[in-house]
Design a protein around this ligand. Structure first.
Ligand code: CA
Length: 234
């Protein structure tokens, strides 16, 4: 399965260690030391997983992650943040920025490899699939139909896009700003409260037949598609 991993890290020794171990696992590996360089490299070739250091020359890992999440072509790109910071507040901030996972330096290499593999397993199907399925919910990306327990639901176009966006990355928390960027587009200027209105409509439409709500409100952060929803009704 020769997945392509891009390392963005300015500590050369760590890059060498990661490259060696990832290549030994059979991955194709490339590495850059600057945030702005990473952005160009990603445009040239889309990685399957991005290992992204927090503090970088050029643009920071956090800023790069935020930019990637805001673009439709990279919004679902699997990202693992590497950082020396371990405070709970930073962890929450890292994940709120849109990283899928987060490891604190110094980390164990086998642990990181396990996370890379887990992320690849999780990310691959949604990149290629025309159907997104979670619990009793089915979203057909081609015909734009949504069913819950086999019953068709009626969603407005914005609610559909919002649900599709959230379902692509279960568990990832998006801020209202990120949802505006990802669902409405970067150059549209709308009040962030609009997001709340549409999330409200989406919930209402989704929960007609069931009280089990797949959309999670994260206080102070935003919204996510509840990753435990799979088990809750599945
Ligand atoms: Ca660094």
């Amino acid at each position: 399965m020769n997945a392509y991993i891009l390392i963005v890290e300015d500590e050369e020794a760590l890059t060498t260690l990661l490259r060696y171990n990832l290549e030994a696992e059979g991955f194709t590996v490339d590495a850059v030391a600057r945030g702005d360089e990473a952005e160009l490299r990603i445009q040239e070739q889309m990685p399957d997983v991005l290992l992204l250091d927090w503090m970088l020359p050029g643009i920071s890992g956090i800023e790069l992650c935020r930019r990637l999440r805001a673009r439709p072509e990279t919004h679902a790109l699997p990202v693992i943040m590497l950082t020396a910071r371990g405070e709970e507040g930073d962890r929450v901030r890292g994940l709120a920025t849109g990283a899928d996972d987060y490891v604190v330096k110094p980390f164990s290499v086998p642990e990181l490899l396990a996370r890379v593999r887990a992320l690849l397993r999780r990310a691959k199907p949604s990149h290629v699939s025309d159907f997104l399925v979670a619990g009793d919910l089915e979203l057909d990306r081609v015909s734009h139909r949504i069913k819950r327990s086999g019953i068709e639901l009626h969603l407005g176009p914005t609610e559909f896009k919002l649900l599709e966006f959230l379902m692509l990355t279960p568990g990832r928390v998006y801020s209202r700003e990120q949802l505006l960027d990802g669902v409405w587009g970067r150059d549209v200027y709308i009040d962030e409260r609009t997001v709340d209105v549409h999330v409200g409509r989406l919930r209402k439409a989704l929960n007609v037949t069931s009280a089990c709500d797949p959309i999670r409100t994260v206080r102070g952060s935003g919204y996510s598609f509840d990753e435990t929803f799979y088990q809750a009704v599945g």
